[in-house]
Design a protein around this ligand. Structure first.
Ligand code: HEM
Length: 421
């Protein structure tokens, strides 16, 4: 069943045909991949909650409903009661490492279990640890841009947005630099778990990557247990609260999640930010004239082109949302990207305004699952964008990238060649 759906999604021609009958929510359609916002707008205008016929789920693109889903305990990240997820979980039973990732990671558990795990991680992944990376990130950005200057050409995705978060997350965790390419490959395969329908080879690539990453982190954790260093791995091993610490399974699941989340989201934010500056020369000039706008410009990029377009929650108690009665076991997609352009909360929502302030976008989520790496992603993107504008103030390029990544959940250009000016 999963394989058949994957084949359909992999074929743009089929997807066009399926799009005709799929209803208003159809994130894999090639036109939606290029520009999803008219679809999210239509969804928002249609109803507070829309039935997704293709998947038997519900979806909302309204700010108030997305906010409620992210905050209300009737909606949970524990999706074990959802029939489709239970079937996927059963399919992983032959692989203890994949099962561990399903059962022990922050994004799949909730309530007291989640609070305990999150509390312990927060002791290791501190704001101080992130702030201390500023000089190092600046140096990495400089190095990457130096190489571009020598070559006289830059593909923003290949040469800046992709390597930067990979180097940073590796140094933060404490993985040896020689393993960088392997870790990048694993993280690319791991994120296919977020949207298994977009993959071409079924569950096999993420399964393979999970098993390899688990063995890798178990060995590295053993090394750090014997000889701690000043890195996140050692800090997570040492984290303790009320006499409790992280188990081996929890540590491995956390390392794997941080590896993938650290790589695969920030790359999109940096790519999307440069696309937005290319599309909006007047806003780019405003930012170049006043670099103090950099933090608000990055927030506006997060709002207008969110790297994570949607998340979902399982209904775990009977409840009502947007006038629809929901029952446990149903799944609801929360369209962050639609909520961020809800005119009820953002005046003139489609306008890109680097100085916009006011209501909060939902691009890092909300509530107990709010993104653990938000501060790091913001810092990396501000420094990458600031460096690019300073070093190559006259860079130019097409306002649209050649293609966008093939994922319903993650949005970012696959390549972005620019002339350095
Ligand atoms: C632009 C970059 C990023 C974006 C847009 C982003 C987005 C998100 C979102 C939307 C969530 C919440 C998902 C949900 O509630 O279902 C989340 C959670 C999370 N993010 Fe990020 N993220 C980014 C960067 C990072 C980085 C750099 C790291 C790690 C270094 C990270 C680690 C995590 C973790 C561990 C969670 C799970 C938190 C929990 O469930 O308690 N993220 N992220």
């Amino acid at each position: 069943m999963l394989r058949t759906l994957q084949r359909l999604v992999a074929s743009d021609r089929w997807m066009r045909a399926v799009g005709l009958v799929a209803g208003p929510f159809h994130p894999w359609h090639p036109d939606v991949r290029r520009d999803p916002y008219p679809t999210w707008n239509r969804l928002r205008e249609t109803a507070p909650l829309v039935r997704v016929r293709l998947l038997g789920a519900w979806a909302t693109a309204r700010y108030d409903e997305v906010e409620r889903i992210l905050r209300d305990p009737c909606f949970s990240t524990d999706r074990s009661g959802v029939p489709m997820v239970a079937a996927m979980r059963r399919a992983t039973e032959g692989s203890p490492d994949l099962l561990n990732l399903f059962d022990q990671n922050l994004l799949m558990i909730d309530g007291a279990r989640h609070a305990r795990l999150r509390g312990l991680v927060a002791k290791a992944f501190t704001p101080r640890r992130v702030a201390a990376l500023r000089d190092r990130i600046e140096a990495i950005v400089d190095e990457l841009l130096d190489r571009a200057a020598q070559r006289g050409a830059l593909d923003v995705v290949r040469d800046l947005a992709r390597p930067l978060p990979g180097i940073v997350i590796g140094e933060l965790l404490g993985t040896p630099p020689r393993d960088r390419d392997t870790l990048t490959r694993w993280s690319e395969e791991l994120v296919e778990l977020l949207d298994p329908l977009s993959g071409h080879e079924g569950i096999e690539p993420p399964r393979r990557a999970t098993v390899a990453a688990a063995a890798y982190f178990r060995a590295l954790l053993a090394e750090r247990r014997a000889a701690p260093r000043d890195d996140l791995l050692s800090a997570m091993l040492a984290a303790e609260e009320n006499g409790e610490s992280l188990s081996e399974g929890e540590l491995v699941a956390l390392c794997t999640l941080v590896l993938a989340a650290g790589h695969e989201t920030t790359v999109n934010l940096i790519g999307n930010a440069v696309v937005l500056l290319l599309r909006h020369p007047a806003e780019r000039k405003r930012l170049q004239d006043d670099p103090a706008l950099l933090p608000s410009a990055v927030e506006e990029c997060l709002r207008v082109e969110p790297p994570v377009q949607m998340t979902d929650r399982a209904v775990v108690a009977p409840c009502e949302l947007g006038g629809i009665a929901l029952r446990p076991g149903q799944i609801v997609a929360a369209l962050i990207a639609g909520a961020n352009r809800d005119p009820k909360h953002f005046p003139d929502p489609d306008r890109f305004d680097v100085g916009r302030s006011g209501e909060r976008h939902l691009s890092f989520g909300l509530g107990s699952h709010f993104c653990l790496g938000a501060a790091l992603a913001r810092l990396e993107t501000q420094l990458a964008l600031g460096g690019l504008l300073r070093r190559f103030p006259d860079f130019s390029g097409a306002p649209e990238p050649p293609d966008w990544r093939r994922s319903a959940v993650l949005r970012g250009p696959t390549a972005l060649p620019i002339a350095l000016g």
